[in-house]
Design a protein around this ligand. Structure first.
Ligand code: GDP
Length: 478
């Protein structure tokens, strides 16, 4: 690090001539524009009886939070957190209602159902937490933001309708997140119900249930009549046990925002799922880029609580701005630390927005592979007919080389939707469409998230492009 004589003189409030004079005394012949190093500057400064410090001109890389990992011995079992997914109208909402109805007593609920985004039910003395927003959109939005809140996915499939496009999406989203699936074959009360057909269709999609030699548990249910809801809950406990879900209740809390909004009376409110540690009223927290001190906590039953243990959802108030679903909440030592970290993050976001993001694209693929940044290319295939999806999947995966493995993580019939883009964001994938186009919302979202969408009419052209990209010979697309 060097400094020009005139700048140095200005800094120590001396004239350039005085500085040059001292330099000459030391045997250094210098002009006012000449640069001197720190050691020389230090000696000169001493001559004037001035202490100088190395001026680190770059903005110091500020530390974000470091979350101390837990010692194995401090970990205790925690309740499972469950999300209900499946095709529209297959009974996700009804199933959640049925579960709540049978397992939340009126007294607990206090008559009024408080909506905080999650609900707890007791099953044979064990707690199970359900996220209230059914569907895989919420699930994937969170995952795209780096949050993993779900331990188990309940896949609802209507027995009279079978596996449908959103069923397949849900399966692929759960698989991409490595979350175990329990299948609830719903509407078995209906005359047209055909559970065997559902099982067959699921098997075709790689979800092979136990009866058929696979490892996926399935339960026939009727959300409407309350049939087998208890069995389904028992199966959740069983899977939870296999998963060995654990957390350390004796530490400061870490969690994730499930929902957040601006309440007219309370100000910013958020429902957070505490995932580790115990959250207490009065704790200083950082939530994404916002911060504050927990003023009040409400349980899912609308009761005021003073603390929340792992796998508990609580509505909290007391912070400056409305956070986003998927934001991480971390308890820190004090308000000052919370503010500093939140502000650093805001600065960093601004900085990052200036830089170009590191998303995978066919154009950049070759250099990313060469630099070892990518070893797996995830692809989402959308086409007008199922036959094309399968054909592309098979041919594309064959293009894998020693350096890059190509994996079709999702394939489906129909336009490219926002949900496809969210999955691509969460899995760092590119989207390939055949004779289909993105819906306008998907185009906008893809632009924002910088997801590469390519559309083709001929399969061969897509294969050619991918092969060229791997070999670094793709012509830039204009
Ligand atoms: P969602 O879109 O997946 O949340 O589905 P809903 O829970 O809104 O259910 C869609 C429709 O299916 C509603 O009319 C429900 O009453 C009906 N439904 C849900 N579960 C059952 C069931 O077990 N049996 C019958 N017969 N109808 C059901």
């Amino acid at each position: 690090e060097k400094v020009a004589v005139k700048d140095f003189a200005e800094k120590i409030k001396k004239s350039s001539n005085e500085v040059i004079g001292k330099l000459i005394k030391l045997g250094v012949m210098a002009t006012i524009n000449q640069e001197i190093d720190f050691e020389t500057a230090e000696v000169i400064a001493k001559e004037f009886e001035i202490e100088i410090e190395k001026n680190v001109s770059k903005v110091e890389e500020k530390q974000d939070l470091f979350i101390e990992p837990d010692d194995e011995k401090d970990l205790l079992p925690r309740p499972p957190v469950v999300t209900v997914m499946g095709h529209v109208d297959h009974g996700k909402t009804s199933l959640l209602d049925a579960i709540r109805k049978t397992h939340v007593t009126e007294k607990e609920a206090g008559g009024i159902t408080q909506h905080i985004g999650a609900s707890e039910v007791m099953v044979e003395g064990n707690k199970v937490v359900f996220l209230d927003t059914p569907g895989h959109e919420a699930f994937t939005t969170m995952r795209a933001r780096g949050a993993k809140v779900t331990d188990i996915a309940i896949l609802v499939v209507a027995a009279d309708d079978g596996v449908m496009p959103q069923t397949i999406e849900a399966i692929n989203h759960a698989k991409a997140a490595k979350v175990p699936i329990i299948v609830a074959i719903n509407k078995i009360d209906k005359p047209g119900a055909n559970p065997d057909r559902v099982k067959q269709e699921l098997a075709d999609r790689g979800v092979v249930i136990e009866e058929w030699g696979g490892d996926v548990i399935s339960v026939p249910v009727s959300a409407l009549q309350g049939t087998n809801i208890d069995t389904l809950l028992e199966m959740i406990l069983l899977v939870a046990e296999i998963e060995e879900l654990k957390a350390n209740p004796n530490r400061s809390a870490v969690g994730t925002v499930i929902e957040a909004e601006l309440d007219k009376g309370k100000g910013p409110v958020a429902t957070v799922l505490v995932q580790n540690g115990t959250l207490k009223v009065g704790d200083s927290v950082v939530i994404g880029t916002t911060f504050g001190r927990i003023r009040a906590m409400l349980s899912d039953k609308g009761k005021k609580v003073k603390q929340a243990k792992p796998s508990t959802a609580v509505e909290i108030t007391g912070f400056s701005e409305v956070p986003e679903a998927g934001d991480q909440m971390v308890v820190v030592a004090d308000d000052k630390t919370a503010r500093e970290i939140a502000e650093n993050r805001k600065d960093k976001i601004k900085e990052d927005q200036m830089k170009k993001s590191q998303r995978v694209s066919l154009d950049a693929l070759y250099s990313q592979v060469q630099q070892g940044e990518i070893k797996e290319l995830n692809i989402i295939i959308k086409a007008d007919v199922q036959g094309s999806v399968e054909a592309v999947r098979q041919s594309i995966e064959k293009l894998s080389t020693e350096k890059v493995v190509i994996k079709a993580i999702h394939g489906g019939v129909g336009a490219i939707t926002e949900s496809d883009v969210m999955l691509a964001t969460a899995s760092n994938a590119i989207i390939i469409g055949f004779n289909v186009r993105p819906v306008s919302g998907a185009t906008a979202l893809a632009r924002k998230e910088e997801v590469d969408i390519r559309t083709y009419r001929i399969i061969y052209n897509a294969l050619e492009d991918i092969e060229a990209a791997i070999k670094g010979m793709l012509d830039p697309e204009f």
